[in-house]
Design a protein around this ligand. Structure first.
Ligand SMILES: C[S@@+](CC[C@H](N)C(=O)[O-])C[C@H]1O[C@@H](n2cnc3c(N)ncnc32)[C@H](O)[C@@H]1O
Length: 301
C-alpha cells in the first residue's frame, strides 16, 4: 500500500487547493485526498503521493499545482439535476423573462462551475424543447465555465456514458437530442453549438463576463470558506442583471453571507436577485495560507 501523506504534506496540499480554487478540504477527508493524489502521482510517473508533494515543493511553474487542484475537485453533476430549478425555468422564470426581453431579443445564461456540461446542456435542451418558436431571431448565449480543463474538454465533446445518461435525462430527450457512438451517447451538433465552454476560475476578476439574465452557480459555493463565498457572491451581483435570477444548489444560500440579494420565491424553485436598495460595502478579501507555507524567495511557484 502506498504511504500516506504526513500532516505537513497534507496541510500543504490543502493550502494549495484553498489558494488556487478557494476550496476548503476538511482534514477528516484526508483519505480522499490521499487516494486521488496517489492516482495522479502514478499518472505523472511518481511512485507515491508523497513523491508528488516533494515535486510540488520544488517544481517551478503552476502546471503541477493546477493538476493537483483538478484532481481534488468534486465534479458530481447530472442532467436536469434536482428537477425543480428546471421546472421553475420552464413554467415561470423563462416565460416572464422572455416577455421582459421581447424588445432587445437577447438572452444570456451563465453556468458557472458547469463541470462536464450536463447543466448548460439541460438549459439548452429545455430552450429547444419549449421556447424555440418564441426565441426565433434572438441572440441566445449559454456559457459554461469551470476551473478544470479536464471537465471542460469532456463538456465540449458532449459525450456521455450510459450511466451518465440514466441520471436525470428524460427518455424522450435521449432519443431526440443524442446519437449512440459505440457504448456512449453524443449530443447532437445543433444543441452542442448552443453552449460555449471555457475554463474560468471563480476567484478571478469577472471583467470578461457579460451581463447575465440567468446565472446558475450550483453546488460549488458549498466548497468555499465564508470569505470566498462573500467575494464571489459580490462579483456575481455585479454581473447579474437587476431582474435576472441566480440559481444556487439546494444546500446553498446568500442568507447571512451577502445581504445585497433578495430571495425570489417561485412556484417550483427559489432564486436570488440583486436587492435594488442595496448600497455597496467593500468587497471581502481572502487570506493566503499557502504563502506562509512556502519559502519567501518567491521563485518556487
Ligand atoms: C459539484 S460540481 C457542480 C456542477 C454543476 N454546477 C451541478 O450543480 O451539477 C462543482 C464544480 O465546481 C468546480 N469548481 C470548484 N472550484 C471552482 C472555482 N474556484 N472556479 C470554478 N469552478 C470551480 C469543480 O471543478 C466542479 O466541476
Amino acid at each position: 500500500m502506498a504511504p500516506k501523506l504526513n500532516k505537513t504534506d497534507s496541510e500543504f496540499i490543502r493550502a494549495i487547493v484553498h489558494e488556487k480554487a478557494g476550496i476548503v478540504l476538511e482534514e477528516k477527508k484526508s483519505y480522499l485526498v490521499d487516494s486521488r493524489l496517489n492516482t495522479l502521482a502514478r499518472r505523472l510517473g511518481h511512485d507515491s503521493s508523497a513523491r508528488l508533494v516533494e515535486a510540488l515543493r520544488t517544481t517551478f511553474g503552476r502546471g503541477l499545482q493546477d493538476k493537483v487542484v483538478e484532481a481534488l475537485t468534486t465534479n458530481e453533476t447530472s442532467f436536469f439535476r434536482d428537477v425543480h430549478p428546471f421546472e421553475g425555468l420552464r413554467t415561470q422564470i423563462l416565460p416572464e423573462l422572455l416577455k421582459r426581453r421581447a424588445a432587445e431579443k437577447r438572452l444570456t445564461v451563465w453556468c458557472a462551475a458547469s463541470s462536464t456540461g450536463q447543466e448548460p446542456y439541460s438549459v439548452a435542451m429545455l430552450l429547444r424543447e419549449h421556447f424555440s418558436a418564441q426565441l426565433a431571431g434572438w441572440s441566445v448565449k449559454i456559457l459554461g465555465t469551470d476551473l478544470s480543463t479536464q471537465v471542460i474538454d469532456q463538456a465540449k465533446a458532449g459525450r456521455y456514458t450510459q450511466l451518465e445518461m440514466n441520471r436525470g435525462l428524460p427518455a424522450a430527450y435521449l432519443i431526440k437530442y443524442f446519437t449512440k457512438h459505440d457504448a456512449d451517447w453524443v449530443l447532437n451538433d445543433d444543441v452542442r453549438a448552443m453552449v460555449e465552454f471555457r475554463t474560468f476560475n471563480l476567484l478571478d476578476p469577472f471583467t470578461a463576463v457579460p451581463p447575465c439574465d440567468l446565472l446558475l452557480m450550483r453546488n460549488v459555493l458549498i466548497y468555499f470558506d465564508l470569505n470566498t463565498k462573500k467575494m464571489i457572491l459580490d462579483k456575481v451581483r455585479r454581473v447579474l442583471r437587476p431582474d435576472g435570477h441566480l440559481f444556487l444548489g439546494g444546500a446553498e444560500t446568500t442568507l447571512n453571507i451577502d445581504n445585497g440579494y433578495e430571495r425570489v420565491a417561485g412556484n417550483d424553485t427559489t432564486t436570488y436577485r440583486p436587492r435594488s436598495s442595496w448600497s455597496d460595502a467593500a468587497p471581502a478579501s481572502r487570506v493566503s495560507k499557502l504563502a506562509t507555507l512556502l519559502p519567501t524567495s518567491g521563485d518556487r511557484l
